[in-house]
Write a protein that binds this ligand. Structure first.
Ligand SMILES: Cc1cc2nc3c(=O)[nH]c(=O)nc-3n(C[C@H](O)[C@H](O)[C@H](O)COP(=O)(O)OP(=O)(O)OC[C@H]3O[C@@H](n4cnc5c(N)ncnc54)[C@H](O)[C@@H]3O)c2cc1C
Length: 403
């Protein structure tokens, strides 16, 4: 009978990355514990939940958590691009519902889950992590830890894999009852209403829509909540009247706007999700990567136990796996993100007008960061004179030469 506070794997943070790692590791037979700082899994909500249906299906997300979207509108002050799809390609997630479901899945395969259990620090033996000190619960021990604490990166910081995040996106969002807004249409709004960022309208069923603004720091000088209030005061968004102030929830969140860490593993530790900067900074998207890369970390944890190796060299295979699948996509997102932060209204008008000329099939690949599809490559070539020189050089060096 193992001691109650001794496990094979301890996971700090029960967001999508931590829960996905827990499911994979517990499924493979490991004794797993997950610690979550909040009182409730999936709440407070700190994400807008936009994602891609095919990718989520591949990751095993049930359809009931996806609200399908048929039309996407991109609006600059003097330009609009609109794309519609008979079969929806994107969706807005029921965030709390999905995270609760994932926690249930982790529990079903044997993981222990502790809410209201903030991880304070990693317990060390000979400079290597061997456990966690958890607020309200005491000490737990395992030869392997996973840091899934999001932007906080509590363990990654302690083990010197990173410092505090200095460049990040901060988002403020109301979840409105807004029956006037078309329930199958999202809007992304760019320009001076959200300098150094953008605004969004994400409907998610039952006449509800998340209206938010995210901005990049340290570049931004106005906080997103203030910008959001100014947007709501207009009384309309994208031509749709918003007269009643019927918000049912308010959400705040922070996402790193940095490239992935050089190293996301060390002896006895793997870093997953936002904690490792494992996101696409193109639009600030991280949920599907957290799910997929979390699973990879859980699988590597099981492999480490099979051979009894928890050293830095062995765990490098985790870095190699996510880099192989997503390294290029993250690099693209990062390159573009730095450009977008510089755009003013005129630049946005020009870019959205350019976007409106793209064929409808190219848009999902473009936004997903999958820039190696032949259609997209052909389009980028066609518009090469309108792309900036830096971007063009980047495309050439990183895509064409490698594809
Ligand atoms: C405003 C905003 C909008 C976004 N919109 C989208 C979107 O539309 N689509 C998309 O794909 N992505 C979006 N993202 C990004 C997405 O939310 C993240 O990439 C994703 O949540 C990362 O998952 P994670 O599990 O790594 O981290 P998180 O979801 O942040 O989970 C980390 C968990 O760890 C817990 N935690 C923190 N510290 C501790 C501790 N010391 N001890 C124990 N637990 C701790 C936290 O409470 C949290 O539950 C958005 C982000 C923001 C901020």
């Amino acid at each position: 009978m193992p001691k109650p506070n001794v496990y094979d794997l301890l996971i700090a943070g029960a967001g999508p990355a931590g829960l996905s790692a827990a499911i994979a590791a517990a499924k493979a037979g490991l004794r797993v514990a997950v610690f979550e700082r909040s009182k409730e899994i999936g709440y407070p909500v700190h994400t807008s939940g936009g994602s891609w249906i095919t990718e989520l299906r591949r990751l095993g997300v049930p359809e009931r958590f996806m609200h399908p979207i048929r039309t996407g509108k991109f609006l600059a002050p003097a330009a609009t691009a609109s794309f519609s799809y008979e079969t929806p390609v994107s969706c807005i997630l029921d965030v709390r519902g999905l995270y609760q479901y994932l926690a249930g899945q982790a529990a079903a395969v044997g993981a222990d889950i502790f809410p209201s259990a903030g991880v304070e620090y990693a317990v060390l033996q000979d400079h290597q992590p061997c456990g966690l000190k958890v607020r309200n619960h005491g000490e737990f021990f395992a030869p392997l830890l996973i840091d899934a604490t999001g932007v906080a990166g509590v363990l990654a910081q302690q083990m010197n894999l990173r410092g505090p995040i200095t460049r990040y996106g901060r988002g403020a969002e109301y979840d409105f009852y807004w029956p006037e807004w078309p329930g199958d249409t999202i809007a992304l709004l760019f320009g001076s209403l959200a300098p150094k960022g953008y605004a969004w309208v994400f409907p998610h069923g039952e006449a509800r829509a998340r209206i938010g603004i995210g901005v990049l720091y340290p570049e931004a000088s106005t906080e997103p909540r203030k910008l959001l209030h100014a947007l709501l005061a207009r009384g309309e968004i994208a031509g749709c009247p918003l007269i009643r102030r019927a918000a049912l929830e308010f959400h705040l969140g922070t996402i790193p706007a940095v490239p992935p860490l050089q190293k996301t593993s060390a002896a006895g530790l793997m870093v997953v999700g936002d904690a490792g900067g494992l996101i696409s900074t193109l639009l600030g998207e991280g949920i599907r990567f957290a799910l997929d890369i979390g699973r990879m970390a859980g699988e590597v944890a099981a492999e480490a136990h099979q051979v009894g190796r928890f050293d830095a060299e062995f765990l490098t295979r985790y870095d190699e796996r996510w880099r192989e699948r997503y390294g290029r996509l993250f690099a693209w997102g990062w390159a573009i993100n730095q450009r977008l932060a510089e755009y003013d209204d005129n630049a946005w008008n020009e870019k959205i007008a350019l976007l409106s000329q793209f064929p409808v099939e190219a848009i999902p690949a473009l936004l997903q960061g999958d820039w190696s599809t032949p259609l997209l490559l052909a389009l980028l070539w066609h518009h090469r004179r309108r792309l900036s020189r830096t971007m063009w050089r980047y495309f050439y060096k990183n895509m064409w030469k490698k594809s």
